[in-house]
Design a protein around this ligand. Sequence first.
Ligand code: PEP
Ligand code: MG
Length: 763
Amino acid sequence: MPSLIHTLQSIVKQVDHAPDFQSALDIIVDSLIDALQVDACSIFIDVPEQERNLVMMANRGLNREAIGRVRLATGEGLVGLVAEKAEPIRLDNALEHRSFILFEGSGEEAYPVFLGVPIIAHRHTLGVIVAQRSRRPFDNEEEAFLSTLAAQLAGAITHARSSGEMARLLDDGGSVPLSRTLDGVAGAPGMSMGEAVVATHQVRLHTIPDKSIDAEEVAGQVERFEAAVARVRQQLMEQAERMRQSLPAEECALFVAYAQMLESGSLIDDTLALIRERQWAPGAWRQTVEAHAAVFASMEDEYLAERANDIRDLGRRVLQRLMSVEAGDRTYPRRFVLVGENIAASDLASVPLDGLCGIVSEHGSGSSHVAILAHALGIPAVMGVSNLPHTKMEGLTVVVDGYGGHVHVDPRAALLQELKQYIRHEQRVSDSLKALKDKPAVTTDGMRVSLYVNSGLMADLTPSLESGAEGVGLYRTEIPFQIRESFPSEEDQYRIYRDVLETFAGMPVVLRTLDVGGDKPLNYFPIREENPFLGWRGIRISLDHPDIFITQLRAMIRANAGLDNLHILLPMISSLEELDDALILVHRAKDEIQDELGLPLRFPHVGAMIEVPSTIFQIDEICRLVDFVSIGTNDLTQYLLAVDRNNESVAELFSSLHPSVLRAIEQVVQGAARQGTPVSVCGELAGDPVGVMALIGMGIDSLSMSAGSLPRAKKVIRSFSQQELANLRLQALSLHEAEEVREFYAARLDEKGLGDLIRAQKR
Ligand code: PEP
Ligand code: MG
């Protein structure tokens, strides 16, 4: 008899390759009958919108008519009890249990031995699996087996919910349909509506969306597909030929075999058939490749199962060819929402920004760089939407709620109406704040606060200037590096920096030196690390590559000639030594440029980012070395709380309002005050109305934020006295949790009639 672990692997494999959710459930109940030698097995799924929320969706061994009919509320019956307690229940005679409810005609009374385990994901019960027998009691091993299987099923349920498959299944059963609201985390604030465009920048087979085409487009798509296949076939034959000298014959044979698979046969015929059914070529190819790969993958024979990878590899090659042609021809709707598995900052560079009105990404969180960029551009974003059905979303209407972190896909008429109203209301709030543009940010008792913008794209310079900012508090120079194919030359960089310094002539501009690594990769400078946020990042790379660093410093200092508004900011400082070493290189670059220009140059202001916790405890020493410090609350929060800023699974734990983070900021402010060093805050906290209240309360008078946040921040500053905020700070610091701090400040905003300035913000 196969071991339970082997059986488990086999069931999971079959479930992974099931054509749809219902088949996956059926496979599980069928397999369990044999694996556990039980008489009956059933799966209940939680359908939150329903009064009796636990619906039997599959069974074997009981009356099949019970499927869709047997429904229980949480806490009702044994199944409801498993869901309520969120723990397994094992009984030798279920019929005697006080919670037992018999469903007439189900046939359950014949199987009193009961084992029910909850299906749980992220603290929520998604359903219950039940196994029943007429006699032999269940043992520990069987219980552990069923619990492990339940954990595996959680992903499939979340996916079925978010893809709308569950809604369709329940619709067929005649019950209330689920709404297609997907939950993620708030990425960039705002609410907008547009047509979904699936990002295909990073070509990966499973990210290719389905897309219907018109009858007259079929011939063109067939032609493209055939041309791509012919080209890849030719490349493979050439590759085999080239490799004949250096590789054993069987390795070369693989390329020939690949090429032959592309000559004729079902891979090609099935794709052509799908195109003729009006699916675009990349979508048709994806479906065919996945179907063929699934057949191989589900085979027991390891050698044959491995062939699935060959098919996927071949799939990728053809797709790449196909997409390089498509990319050139791509047209974008007037207002569109960019949707994808892992939208990166560089994706924004390959779409027309004037039509981009929202971003939805399966991975990432509110502190990911693409979210911060979206915020800078005023584009609402929702990140970390688990199991986002991106391949099915092309062309659908999508409403992005960047406040609450929700996405409404193809909303029904009533909801759409409500959402439109909400968008109009938001627009009115924003319009009402426009009048503040030329007014100073002064508290009611006269404390003047300088408001700067965070920037990084050329596209956001004009909105930044028009927002009424008094300069640039953080220019992320890695962004122009990220959207290029190779390192920009000193001349390229000079032009970029000169543009920023000139646009804000007469106002301070803080150019931060390269902060790549972490979640900001450069395609042309690959870094492979197990733990990139604790790895080679920011100043560490610059100091290890003085060639790159000096080029950047030279470009900055040259761009500053005659303008004198440059401030250089050093990211990811974690020790005094790094600061010393960096300063030596700034001096060297300044001396070189001075000699070359033959002009006396002023030494730029140099500052350190305070974002690694070690700097809090050496703040006095750091301040003695630099002209200013800037607190990066995004990384400071990540490192203090040990919460990956990019990981949606722990996004709930990421909050810069955590009392420990606030106390850390206070220590920095106090240290800097002792040394007479100016402090500003440039992380996302500085643009959050609640964060503004906390920071002004600590006496911070310089904040840098996304241009879109500026009007709200100014409104808050002009509505309170510093004294009032300083008093609130004392109360806020005594609270225990980030959520309490947010609620505490939100209540004060409400008292002033400013509740509209904040929405369901999570950070
Ligand atoms: C920060 O860490 O708070 C910061 C401003 O820098 P970045 O978000 O670019 O890492
Ligand atoms: Mg940072």
